[in-house]
Write a protein that binds this ligand. Structure first.
Ligand SMILES: [Zn+2]
Ligand SMILES: [Zn+2]
Length: 251
């Protein structure tokens, strides 16, 4: 996060939308992010490859062009699981043939207005782009990405050769999901646990629920946590982060 402010640019006037950065994590999992977003503001989303179809876990800011995104996403049928409906995670979800997420945020996926996605007030005057510029919030055209299937805690999505299990982990947002891949043991935690600031005071957030979600995730066996922001975390680092959050909230 940065408090610096840069000149606001209108998105439609930005010609070069940059590259999609793809980093293989092994086990048929690729971490994706957008070059044009400042490193401190980048969100991470993930492509998990099955033998039958691939799953996109979240969709980033969605600032890259469709052509650039399809370069990496068009190989096989694509289903998406949305961890939550904030603007920095839903940008490319519209490219999936089918979207799964929690009913509690269905209205925002269907109609992603900038207040509901938290784009406002977050983007106001904030230097979020790699070149130090801010984005004019009203210039962002957020694609609608309505959910095709509501998923509840314990839902399993079979991709062929591997399955993803969904945990309902509210607190950062009411419908926040964490997702465990049974092949790699990776746990995708989005904004529920990561090594940066965990937002718990925004509309829809609930500190008590977040503490319970953390307690739940602390009991899940996994090999690596793949968050929506910041570094990939080992289980001991996740436990430390959860403990630090608990102390910060004074519980
Ligand atoms: Zn979020
Ligand atoms: Zn986020």
């Amino acid at each position: 996060m940065t408090e610096e402010t840069g000149p606001a640019v209108t998105w439609s006037a930005t010609r070069d939308r940059g590259r999609l950065i793809a980093e293989s994590l092994g086990n048929g999992v690729t971490r994706l992010s957008e070059e044009i977003v400042a490193p401190s503001e980048r969100s991470y989303f993930y492509l998990v490859e099955g033998s039958g179809r691939d799953c996109l876990i979240d969709g980033g800011w969605g600032l890259v062009s469709k052509t650039e995104a399809m370069r990496l996403l068009s190989a096989r049928p694509l289903v998406a699981i949305a961890s939550h409906s904030h603007f920095d995670h839903i940008g490319l979800l519209h490219l999936a043939a089918e979207r799964h997420g929690h009913e509690a945020e269905a209205a925002t996926f269907a109609s992603p207005d900038p207040q509901a996605t938290q784009a406002l007030p977050y983007l106001e005057g904030r230097a979020v782009l790699e070149n130090g510029a801010a984005l004019e919030p009203s210039s962002i055209v957020q694609q609608t990405c309505p959910l095709d299937r509501f998923v509840a805690d314990g839902y399993r999505l079979d991709l062929g050769g591997r399955a993803l299990t969904v945990f309902h982990t509210p607190g950062h947002s009411p419908g926040s999901l964490s997702i465990l891949d049974d092949r790699s043991g990776f746990l995708f935690t989005a904004d529920v646990v990561h090594d940066g600031h965990i937002y718990d005071d925004i509309p829809g957030a609930d500190r008590e629920a977040l503490l319970l979600s953390h307690r739940r995730l602390a009991g899940v066996a996994f090999t690596l946590a793949c968050p929506g922001h910041g570094a990939i975390l080992r289980p001991d680092a996740v436990r430390d982060r959860i403990e630090r959050y608990r102390r910060e909230t004074g519980v």
